[in-house]
Design a protein around this ligand. Structure first.
Ligand code: CDT
Length: 315
C-alpha cells in the first residue's frame, strides 16, 4: 500500500496481533500457544513482522493493589526469552517472522519495567524498549471500580525513544500511554523513524473523568494518526481488548499510514491478526515535503518543551 500510485521497493507486510482477554489464572504456556496460533496465521498470510500488545503474556495485573510487590513476581519475566517464551522465539525463527512482544521485566538488580522486545526474522534481538510515560497511580485507591497501579508496579524508564535499523527500515517502539504524548513520536521522528510499534491495554472506564469513556476509541486513533502524519511514519497500534477480569478494554488495533490514514483495523475485540503492506518509502512523501524537519522546524522557539515539566501560566 502506498499513495500517489508509487510502489516502493521497501514494502514490509506487517501484522498487528491483537489479543483478547487473558485470565488471571491463564498459564504462560497457554498464552504462548495463543501467540503462536497468531504467528501461524501470519505465516500463511506472508507477514514478515508481527506486533503483539503491551503485557502480552499475562492479565493486566496492575489493576490489583498489593502492599508487597514481591508477591506478584510471577507476573514478571526475569529473562527474555525464558523457558515459557522460548517456544515463541523458536516458532518465529522457523517461520522467518520477526516480532515485538510486550512483557513485565524484572531485572537482576530488582528493577521493574514495562518492556517490549523487538526480534528480527532470524531470531536475533534488535532492541529492548522500556515504557517512558507510566500512567495511573501508586497508592491504594479502593474507591475506583478497578485500579490502575502501573506507577506502583513499574518504574519510568529514562532510556527514551530509540530507533533501530531493522526489517529494511528504521523501527521504533512505544508502549500504551506513550502513544498519547506528541514528544514520543517526535523523538523518533527526529531519528528518521519509518515504523513505530505500539502495544496497549486501555480500559474504557477512566475513573478520574468518566466523561472521557465514550471518547476512548476516538482518542486512541486520534493520537496515533496525528503521530504518524506529523512525522511521516507508519504506526502499528495493537491492543489487548475485550473484557478481562471484569474490565472492558479497547480493541481497535490499527495500522496507520504516514498520511495518517488507517490502512487496516481490527473487526473484533478478541485474538485477531490485522495485516497491511507497509511501504516504508511512502514516509519520504511527508518527511521531504510538509514535514521536512531540517528546513522548517524551529527548535530555538521550542525550548519550554525540554526545559519545563508542568504548566507555568503567564502573570
Ligand atoms: N496501559 C496503559 O498505559 N493504559 C493507559 C490507561 C490510562 S488510564 C490510567 C492508556 O493510556 O491507555
Amino acid at each position: 500500500m502506498s499513495d500517489g500510485g508509487t510502489t516502493g521497493t521497501r514494502t514490509l507486510r506487517v501484522g498487528a496481533a491483537q489479543l483478547g482477554p487473558i485470565a488471571r489464572d491463564e498459564s504462560r504456556p497457554a498464552v504462548v500457544r495463543r501467540l503462536i496460533a497468531l504467528l501461524d496465521e501470519a505465516a500463511d498470510r506472508g507477514v514478515e513482522l508481527v506486533a503483539y500488545p503491551e503485557l502480552a503474556l499475562t492479565t493486566f495485573f496492575p489493576r490489583w493493589y498489593t502492599d508487597d510487590l514481591s508477591g506478584h513476581d510471577h507476573y514478571y519475566e526475569r529473562s527474555m526469552p525464558g523457558p515459557d517464551t522460548q517456544p515463541l522465539f523458536d516458532a518465529a525463527r522457523q517461520r522467518g517472522i520477526g516480532f515485538s512482544l510486550g512483557y513485565a521485566e524484572l531485572t537482576d538488580d530488582g528493577h521493574r519495567f514495562n518492556t517490549t522486545i523487538l526480534v528480527e526474522r532470524d531470531g536475533s534481538t534488535v532492541a529492548r524498549f522500556r515504557k517512558v510515560h507510566i500512567p495511573g497511580h501508586d497508592g491504594d485507591e479502593p474507591w475506583r471500580p478497578f485500579q490502575h497501579l502501573e506507577r506502583r508496579y513499574f518504574e519510568e524508564s529514562n532510556d527514551g525513544f530509540g530507533v533501530w535499523r531493522a526489517f529494511g527500515g528504521l523501527v521504533g517502539m512505544a508502549t500504551c500511554n506513550d502513544r498519547r504524548w506528541p514528544e514520543t513520536y517526535r523523538e523518533m521522528g527526529l531519528q528518521g523513524v519509518e515504523l513505530i510499534l505500539i502495544g496497549y491495554n486501555t480500559p474504557i472506564h477512566y475513573a478520574p473523568d468518566p466523561g472521557q469513556n465514550p471518547l476512548q476509541g476516538f482518542h486512541n486513533h486520534l493520537c496515533m494518526q496525528a503521530g504518524a502524519y506529523q512525522n511521516g511514519t507508519w504506526v502499528v497500534g495493537v491492543a489487548k481488548g475485550g473484557t478481562e477480569e471484569g474490565v472492558e478494554s479497547l480493541a481497535q488495533s490499527a495500522i496507520i499510514a504516514p498520511s495518517g490514514q488507517i490502512a487496516a483495523q481490527a473487526l473484533t475485540t478478541g485474538d485477531e491478526l490485522v495485516v497491511a503492506d507497509c511501504d516504508l518509502d511512502w514516509c519520504r512523501h511527508y518527511k521531504e515535503t510538509l514535514f521536512d524537519f531540517a528546513r522548517y522546524r524551529r527548535p530555538e522557539v521550542y525550548r519550554r518543551i525540554t526545559a519545563q515539566k508542568g504548566v507555568i501560566e503567564p502573570c
